[in-house]
Design a protein around this ligand. Structure first.
Ligand SMILES: [Zn+2]
Ligand SMILES: [Zn+2]
Length: 198
């Protein structure tokens, strides 16, 4: 699990628009601030890439470089009781499949933090919620949040998890996060919800 932890513990891509133009980390051309990403499996790194470089790696589930897909999906049928049955001790968690298996993480002010996952309970839940088993290894994650007595469940690209972890690291203050963190997290989930058509 070491490599996976290192992967999600890596610094997120800078959320600040430090410059109008960034460069493709594969071929060096300028890319817009909104661009695609490729995971470098060996180095556990997320590379910012131009569209042509991105398209080189969209078909591979096994190569050293893998394009981060752009799809967002939701499973509105997951119930609060089912979520609580997993026994995850936090309200927001994401689930990633890597070379060493499935692991659960939550965003914290210290970065992505791993939490214990009952694999049998997860497998059982995935049998009635196929979305949970649909995330592509290394490049997609399942993101679940309990909020106001309900639960939201999404399949998201891995760069969205980096963005969420980066948001929490950047804004979280004190015990409950503070209003700035909470509104940034709400904005993040509103964006996910709209991309997933939920
Ligand atoms: Zn490129
Ligand atoms: Zn980037």
């Amino acid at each position: 699990m070491t490599s996976l932890r290192k992967f999600v513990g890596a610094p997120p891509p800078s959320p600040s628009p430090k410059q109008a133009l960034e460069r493709c980390e594969m071929c060096g051309v300028d890319v817009a601030s909104s661009h695609n990403h490729v995971v470098d499996i060996d180095h556990r790194a997320l590379l910012c890439v131009c569209r042509p470089c991105f398209l080189l790696f969209t078909r591979s589930d096994t190569g050293k470089f893998r394009a981060v897909p752009e799809r967002y999906l939701s499973d509105p049928s997951l119930t609060l009781g089912e979520w609580q049955g997993l026994g995850i001790p936090v309200g927001t968690a994401f689930f990633l499949r890597g070379e060493t298996g499935l692991a659960a993480f939550y965003p914290s002010p210290a970065g992505a933090t791993e939490c214990l996952l009952d694999l049998a309970a997860w497998t059982d839940l995935a049998s009635s919620h196929p979305l949970l088993a649909s995330a592509r290894p290394e490049v997609e994650a399942i993101l679940i949040r309990e909020v106001s007595g309900t639960v939201e469940c999404y399949l998201v690209p891995i760069d969205a998890c980096y963005q969420l972890v980066g948001t929490v690291r950047l804004y979280w203050k004190g015990f409950d996060g503070g209003t700035e963190a909470l509104s940034a997290i709400e904005a993040f989930f509103a964006d996910v919800r709209s991309k997933a058509g939920a």
